[in-house]
Design a protein around this ligand. Structure first.
Ligand code: F6P
Length: 529
């Protein structure tokens, strides 16, 4: 499938990206795509017109358009679980009729949203709560936690906190200083069986009771599991349900986004949904070459599957997007980190890459050394807003933007040995010492990066960005032949953790465990653990 592209890669491997700009004055415009005021620039890569044409042909060969419509129209594209995949419906209340298993999807979405609106309005205006604590993990945590931070300038509701880790330190440190009578807990779990979330929820309930609060009015649930929610003691009117056609890591657009709605208000939440919907419309209508999710996906495939770069760095020059890399780790690696194709056969290509990153400029003072001078190439994906939210601190934003642009320029241009030598000579060095010092100051350059630039991080733009990445993962999955919507790879660890629980507690022996695990348990017990 990738033979042509691998041949093209061989032909351009040593070509300087800079030379493409010298040859084509219009390259920046020709190798970028835009959607609703947002620009994705992939011109600082080796992709040229021929490579792009070959990449784009993958979409037709893999049937991306048909698969996209199948997903959006509610077909059961999550074939290993027999489920529809309809997170797009969560941001499209008014679309044409959509039924899954006889249920009216649009009516359900509208009714849940209006209940969320009412509940969040009451939480925001009642004066009953100072703090809201969302208890969830993975998709029931990463999305809303990232979003609440991203949209801090719009935050005018009670303080929001997020507890995910089963490590008691997380809940303990979060609850420190909170009032057990004036804190609302939102237990967010699609299954309502996740051990970390249920353990934290029970601890929170004990804390409320011990502090004289009322769990009956201080808990709400976001879940698909009505019976388990009732068993926990949360009343039906305080439960916001969703269907199995919403994957955990795609769920922040519905009830899992309740903490975000409480933080920023329903109107801003609507804007967030509208941004997601705008990206959906773009994804469905823009030609492949001008389609942001498609070009983001194809750039990723070029760098990982074709060029063989094993990881991808996501580098938001936007402090409020500092949780985006963690969110994308789940979105991309849980979706496309698979070695079996949809048809049950071994994948005939490399699965999705390792995704990692950190907000700029912080990362510059930590790991950029390796990005610039390490032996491997790390394709970098920069994100930056044209405008910040701090009018009194415009010079901060200008510095931030300058740093972002400087990094992609430095990665592409590098610094040749002649320039490094001239610098050392100017410092008065000569001979072998000049040469030795100069070599340390060489930057190979020719390292690819893309930049996503948006006007300002508003709820609408944030919605666009998240939907963009969701669809990118979808396109990559279809081209690789992966089901992006299951996650069987997390099951084995969960099963073993359940069986190891009594062993760690000392109620069962380590018989049958491997030597390493048995020795680690023995060490823990010897330490009084
Ligand atoms: O363990 C992985 C996972 O199933 C994720 O896919 C999911 O987002 C997370 O756990 C939390 O699941 P739940 O919302 O059911 O508690």
């Amino acid at each position: 499938m990738f033979d042509d592209l691998k041949r093209l890669r061989g032909a351009v491997e040593n070509r300087r990206i800079e030379s493409l700009f010298a040859e084509d004055a219009e390259r920046a415009a020709a190798f970028s795509a835009s959607c609703g005021g947002m620009l994705f620039d992939y011109s600082k890569t080796q992709i040229d017109a021929e490579i792009r044409a070959a990449l784009v042909s993958l979409c037709d060969a893999a049937g991306v358009a048909a698969r996209r419509e199948a997903m959006i129209s509610g077909e059961r594209v999550n074939e290993t679980e027999g489920r529809a995949v309809l997170h797009t419906a969560l941001r499209d209340r008014d679309g044409e009729d959509l039924f899954v298993g006889g249920e009216d999807v649009r009516a359900g979405v509208r009714s849940t949203l209006s209940r969320m609106r009412k509940f969040s309005g009451e939480v925001r205006s009642s004066g009953q709560y100072d703090d809201v604590v969302n208890i969830g993990i993975g998709g029931s945590d990463l999305g809303p936690a990232m979003a609440v931070l991203a949209l801090a300038p719009f935050h005018d509701g009670p303080r929001c906190h997020f507890v995910s880790n089963v490590d008691g330190a997380h809940i303990q440190d979060t609850l420190k200083g909170l009032d057990p009578k004036r804190t609302l807990f939102i237990v967010a779990s699609k299954t309502f069986t996740t051990i970390e979330t249920m353990t934290n929820a029970r601890t929170a309930r004990d804390w409320v009771v011990a502090g004289g609060g009322d769990p009956g009015t201080q808990f709400a649930a976001l879940s698909t599991a009505a019976e388990d929610v009732a068993d926990f003691g949360i009343a039906a009117e305080r439960m916001f349900s969703f269907e199995d056609w919403v994957g955990g890591r795609y769920s922040m657009w519905g009830p899992i986004g309740l903490s975000l709605m409480i933080a920023i208000g329903a109107e801003n939440f609507d804007q967030f949904l509208a941004g997601g919907k705008a990206m959906d419309d773009h994804f469905r209508s823009a030609p492949w070459e001008q389609n942001l999710p498609v070009m983001l996906a194809l750039t990723g495939i070029w760098h990982h599957q074709i060029c063989g770069h094993p990881t991808r760095a996501v580098l938001p020059y936007d402090q409020r997007l500092s949780r985006l890399p963690a969110y994308l780790q789940q979105l991309e690696m849980e979706s496309n980190g698979k070695s079996v194709a949809m048809d049950g056969q071994a994948l005939n290509c490399t699965s999705g890459p390792v995704v990692w990153g950190e907000a700029g400029t912080n990362g510059q003072h930590a790991f950029y050394q390796l990005i610039h001078q390490g032996t491997g190439v790390v394709p970098c994906e920069f994100l930056v807003a044209a405008r910040g939210h701090e009018p009194a601190l415009v010079h901060h934003h200008q510095l931030l933007v300058a740093n972002c642009l400087a990094q992609s320029e430095a990665l592409m241009r590098g610094r040749p040995i002649e320039v490094a030598r001239a610098r050392m000579a100017a410092k008065g060095l000569e001979g072998a010492e000049l040469e030795r010092q100069a070599r340390h100051r060489v930057f190979p350059g020719n390292r690819p990066s893309t930049t996503l630039i948006y006007p300002q991080l508003t709820p609408f733009v944030f919605g666009q960005i998240i939907a963009l990445y969701e669809h990118r993962v979808f396109v990559e999955g279809v081209i690789l032949g992966i089901n992006s919507y299951d996650q069987w790879g997390v099951e084995l660890g969960k099963e073993l953790a359940t069986s190891l629980g009594p062993v760690v507690e000392g109620k069962e022996s380590t018989a049958g465990k491997d030597g390493s695990t048995a020795a680690l348990v023995a060490f823990i017990h010897a330490q009084g653990g």
